[in-house]
Design a protein around this ligand. Structure first.
Ligand SMILES: C[C@](O)(CO)[C@H](O)COP(=O)(O)OP(=O)(O)OC[C@H]1O[C@@H](n2ccc(N)nc2=O)[C@H](O)[C@@H]1O
Ligand SMILES: Nc1ncnc2c1ncn2[C@@H]1O[C@H](COP(=O)(O)OP(=O)(O)OP(=O)(O)O)[C@@H](O)[C@H]1O
Length: 292
């Protein structure tokens, strides 16, 4: 058997946590079922964790400073969800320790695969350990929600059926699977799609037991495709091989395929102007055991 792409960090030095994984997610379906008074949308979605992601290195600082030590194009440190997660954990716990944080970006940004959210979740989980702040899973999930609707599921650490704005989570037991994921080279701003006039916002609620690919869809897909036609083209291309749809608010699209070999073959034949990955699922977040 081949080894997982994402592995556990080295925990031998109590002052450093190098190589902490931040996995991507897929939304197997996404229904918009309503809108809250504050503008946020009520959803039903199924999150699936992937064995593919960014990695982060954390080093302890005694002076309380939070420093990002790597350059990320288009994301200044002050806006980085990782830096914001670290500051939020400090503020919430009164911890006076700081950290140097190196972020090694692999996941496409604005791709609907939750890269920034997962980085933030990994920062909360890793710093909670490095600083000895001792928060439990539920408290960290609530803290994560302050950073974004997609952060809690990565702290929950399992495939999940989600409701509310994405924070009410029930575990899903799904069989291991292989996916082809295509990034059509555009970045779709989540807020733009949710606020678009004409978005479907009244899909009837389904029961968790009734969720199946054939009876569900992504309610954000039509709007994303009409504004970013390259997303539709990527879906049409992938549809030649297997049923394909968009994840999250886009831009990435995905299809489940029967085997690792199929995933590799299809990803290798992707048109050059796009990027494709063959990715397998992960049953748990690699840092799952770090929280009670
Ligand atoms: C589309 C999904 O990726 C599906 O998992 C998420 O719902 C988006 O989660 P996210 O990227 O963490 O989003 P946030 O950073 O919380 O919100 C970005 C913007 O999207 C809109 N937003 C997001 C989530 C939600 N349930 N309703 C919304 O209306 C809000 O306008 C918000 O200003
Ligand atoms: N650590 C980070 N990594 C990526 N993007 C970040 C990060 N911190 C802040 N951002 C900002 O968040 C935006 C969305 O990034 P992200 O990769 O999370 O999108 P996404 O995959 O569409 O997320 P989601 O599925 O959660 O909506 C980026 O365009 C960037 O400006």
């Amino acid at each position: 058997m081949d080894r997982p792409a994402l592995t556990l960090p080295d925990t031998s030095d109590p002052r450093r946590l190098p190589g902490c994984p931040a996995p991507a997610k897929l939304n197997l379906f996404l229904h918009v079922t309503g809108r809250r008074a504050d503008g946020y949308h009520l959803l039903q979605t199924a999150f699936r964790l992937l064995d593919w992601g960014d990695t982060l290195d954390f080093g302890l600082r005694e002076d309380g400073e939070i420093r990002r030590t790597t350059e990320i194009a288009g994301v200044p440190p002050e806006q980085d969800l990782v830096v914001r997660a670290a500051r939020l954990l400090q503020a919430h716990t009164g911890c006076r320790l700081g950290a140097d944080i190196a972020l090694h970006k692999v996941l496409p940004m604005g791709g609907g695969i939750g890269g920034g959210s997962s980085d933030a979740a990994t920062a909360l989980i890793a710093l909670n350990r490095l600083w000895g702040t001792g928060l439990g899973r539920a408290e960290l999930q609530a803290l994560g929600l302050q950073l974004g609707a997609d952060v809690p599921v990565f702290i929950f650490g399992r495939d999940a059926f989600a409701e509310g704005v994405g924070e009410t989570l029930q575990p899903l037991d799904l069989s291991p699977a292989w996916y082809v994921i295509v990034s059509p080279g555009v970045s779709v701003p989540t807020g733009e799609i949710f606020s678009a006039e004409g978005l479907t916002r009244n899909t009837p609620l389904i029961r968790m037991a009734d969720f199946a690919a054939s009876t569900t869809r992504n309610d954000l897909q039509a709007m994303a495709c009409s504004r970013y036609p390259e997303v539709q083209r990527a879906i049409d291309w992938l549809m030649q091989y297997a049923p394909a749809r968009m994840t999250g608010s886009g831009a990435c699209v995905f299809a489940e395929v029967p085997s690792a070999r199929d995933a590799e073959r299809i990803a290798a034949s992707c048109p050059q102007r796009w990027t494709a990955w063959n990715v397998r699922t992960a049953s748990r977040h690699p840092l799952y055991e770090w929280l009670e």
